[in-house]
Structures are given as structure tokens and as C-alpha cells.
Design a protein around this ligand. Structure first.
Ligand SMILES: Cc1cc2nc3c(=O)[nH]c(=O)nc-3n(C[C@H](O)[C@H](O)[C@H](O)COP(=O)(O)O)c2cc1C
Length: 354
């Protein structure tokens, strides 16, 4: 039954050699200037046998950074750094798309190492603490509500960084619309209390995500743009009362753009079957994620509930996860104390099984 995991698949312009995708994971190992480090080049190279790698969340601007030592894609040095990552992955026959993650209001200022505005749809603070420097939980700062002009600047920024990713030879981009970050802050009524055309009814709350996806599709081609959602996820202080009221119109609108894929963090809720909701309202490829094992992933593919599956934590200690699934080798366990610290330790020092 697991055979389907190893079948090639096409996501828009992206040709995957298998259906086992590496999920985006922030690991806080960027160098000074938020430039991809040598360690990052090695880390992604080691995991290139995945059908596709989705990079850690990468900020499109100085304002987009919320966590410690996350990489950017807005300076020439960052573009050059990412080209080294892309070359390493391509050299091993892999594919790599960049997750574009703007934190919006989810910012611990000390994580940045510089001063920049903290922006969000509305001036409402996120009450969940998030990891500060060295991973220690810290409070987030109060954001400033974006002006209408500020929203237009942001849309242009996303369009530019999609081009930057392609200039770095990255194969495509994934817009992070999940887990309570900027795009999710626009989608969610708790964080978006605007009374203009960018807030209020669902058709207004999806306007900014749609404007960004359209701009990026125009910039690099719709078949190289995907997006990630997590309907019903309370993370970072999101309201979860009626996710389908927002996500059905969002999926229907996004479907008109002919994008490469939607990537869903399936929360496994009794009251919401995310995969079924997506199949009903979206005609493109689906990547399913969250807590999957080899067998449960294969079953989702066999039942046609998704076309591709992604694994996060399993890739941390198993750089050759695809080969381990193929051979039935045992999976190594990650050292969770080294997720966001430790440099090479707990990052590039996990060996392959053979
Ligand atoms: C260390 C770590 C960092 C993560 N960083 C991100 C991120 O930058 N962007 C994102 O969309 N999800 C992020 N996630 C969530 C994963 O992509 C994935 O949804 C989650 O780990 C569940 O999948 P899994 O059960 O296969 O691990 C992160 C998860 C972990 C463990």
C-alpha cells in the first residue's frame, strides 16, 4: 500500500520524484544579516531526496521577521545565500520551494537585532508568548494597524520577493497563510477588526491573501506558487469557531488562479474534515500534513484524500527519510532541545541510515 508514496507527481510546474515532501521548519541557524549559512546549505543538501523541500519560513522584509535567526529573501546577500542552498539541493536531484512567512504581529522585538515597525491588520496584540532569543518564551509587542497604502506596499513586496526566490534558483514559493502569522491575521476575525474593504465579512478578510497570491502568480507564474493553511488552528491566538466560513470562500477564490498546490496542516478536528473541505472547493493538488506516519500517509494517498504528503519532525533526525520508508529502516528520534539552538548539533549531525 505504501507504493504510492514513491510515485512521481506534478504540482504545477514542479516535478517531484516522489510524494514525500519535507514540511517547512524554522530552525534558527541563519547567519548575520539573516543570510543562509553554510550549515543551512548542508542541512538542506542532506534532505534533498524528499520529493520536494519546503524551506523554513523566510521573511520578505525586515518587518516580516518575528523569530530569532530566521533567514530573509529581501537583500542581495540573502538571495546569493539561498542560491547556494538551491544549487546544493538541485545537485542531489531534489526540488525546493521557499516558504514566505511574514510574522505580522507575532514578533518578539529582541529576536530581530534591529528596529523595524511591527505591523498587523489591526492594533491587537497576540496574547500567546513565542520563543525569544535562544528559544526562551517571551511576550510579543503591540502592532500598528496597516494603512491602505501600507497594504499596497506589502503586496508589491511579496511580488518582489517571489522574483527574488526565482533569482536564487529556488523552484517556487509557498505563501504561509497558516498558524496565526500575517496572512492568517487578515483571514481571522479576532486579529482583523478593520472596518474598510480589507476586514469584516469573509470576502473582505480573504482580499489581502488573494491580492498577495495574485501578485506572486503574476510575478513568477501561477504554476510555481502554492499556499499553506491550517483551518481550525488556535496557534498564535486565532479564533477557531467557524473556519469553513472563511476557508471555503478562500479556497474557491484561490482555485481560479490555477496555483501549484495547497498545503494543509490538518488539525484532525471532529467538527471539520479539512481534506474533504478542500477537495470539495479546490480542484488543484493537495499536500496533507500533520502527525503522519508512513502508513497513515500512504492511506491518505490511496483514498485520494490528498495527492502528496509532508513530514516535519520525521525529517529532523532522518535526512534520508524517503530511503528509510523504502527499506523499512527504523526512524531516529530528534533531540527536541536542539530545535532552535545548537548549530550543527541536532541539525546537520544526524547520519543517514546507510
Ligand atoms: C521545529 C519546527 C519548526 C516549524 N516551523 C514551521 C515554519 O516555519 N512554517 C510552517 O508553516 N510550519 C512550521 N512548523 C510546522 C511543521 O511544518 C508541521 O506542520 C508540523 O511539524 C506537523 O507535521 P509533522 O507531524 O510531520 O511534524 C514547524 C514545526 C517544527 C517541529
Amino acid at each position: 500500500m505504501t507504493d504510492k508514496l514513491f510515485e512521481p507527481v506534478q504540482l504545477g510546474a514542479l516535478e517531484l520524484q516522489n510524494r514525500i515532501v519535507m514540511a517547512p521548519m524554522t530552525r534558527d541557524r541563519a547567519g548575520p544579516g539573516d543570510i543562509p549559512s553554510d550549515l543551512m546549505v548542508e542541512y538542506y543538501r542532506q534532505r534533498a531526496s524528499a520529493g520536494m523541500i519546503v524551506t523554513e519560513g523566510t521573511q520578505p522584509s525586515r518587518e516580516g521577521k518575528g523569530y530569532w535567526r530566521t533567514p530573509g529573501i529581501h537583500s542581495q546577500e540573502q538571495i546569493d545565500g539561498w542560491r547556494r542552498v538551491a544549487d546544493a539541493v538541485h545537485g542531489e536531484g531534489g526540488k525546493i520551494v521557499m516558504q514566505l512567512m511574514h510574522c505580522g504581529r507575532v514578533v518578539v522585538p529582541e529576536n530581530r537585532g534591529y528596529d523595524a515597525d511591527i505591523i498587523a491588520p489591526s492594533a491587537i496584540v497576540c496574547s500567546d508568548p513565542v520563543p525569544g532569543p535562544d528559544g526562551v518564551p517571551a511576550p510579543t509587542a503591540m502592532p500598528t494597524a496597516l494603512t491602505v497604502d501600507g497594504i499596497a506596499v506589502l503586496v508589491e513586496e511579496f511580488s518582489q520577493v517571489a522574483k527574488n526566490a526565482r533569482a536564487a534558483d529556488i523552484d517556487g514559493v509557498e505563501l504561509h497563510c497558516a498558524s496565526g502569522y500575517l496572512i492568517n491575521q487578515f483571514l481571522n476575525p479576532v486579529s482583523n477588526q478593520r472596518d474598510d474593504e480589507w476586514g469584516g465579512a469573509a470576502e473582505n478578510r480573504i482580499r489581502f491573501p488573494m491580492a498577495v497570491l495574485s501578485a506572486m502568480a503574476d510575478a513568477i507564474g501561477s504554476d510555481r506558487v502554492g499556499f499553506r493553511i491550517s483551518p481550525g488552528n488556535p496557534y498564535n491566538d486565532m479564533d477557531v469557531s467557524a473556519p469553513e466560513e472563511t476557508f471555503i470562500p478562500f479556497l474557491k477564490a484561490a482555485d481560479n488562479l490555477n496555483l501549484a498546490y495547497v498545503h494543509v496542516v490538518d488539525m484532525g478536528l471532529e467538527e471539520l474534515d479539512s481534506l474533504a473541505m478542500i477537495r470539495e472547493n479546490w480542484s488543484g493538488p493537495i499536500i496533507a500534513n500533520n502527525g503522519l506516519k508512513e502508513n497513515s500517509a500512504a492511506q491518505i494517498l490511496a483514498e485520494g484524500r490528498a495527492d502528496v504528503v509532508s513530514f516535519g519532525r520525521a525529517f529532523i533526525a532522518n535526512p534520508d527519510l524517503v530511503e528509510r520508508f523504502r527499506s523499512g529502516a527504523e526512524l531516529a528520534k530528534p533531540d527536541y532541545t536542539k530545535l532552535y539552538v545548537g548549530e550543527a548539533e541536532g541539525y546537520t549531525n544526524y547520519p543517514a541510515s546507510t
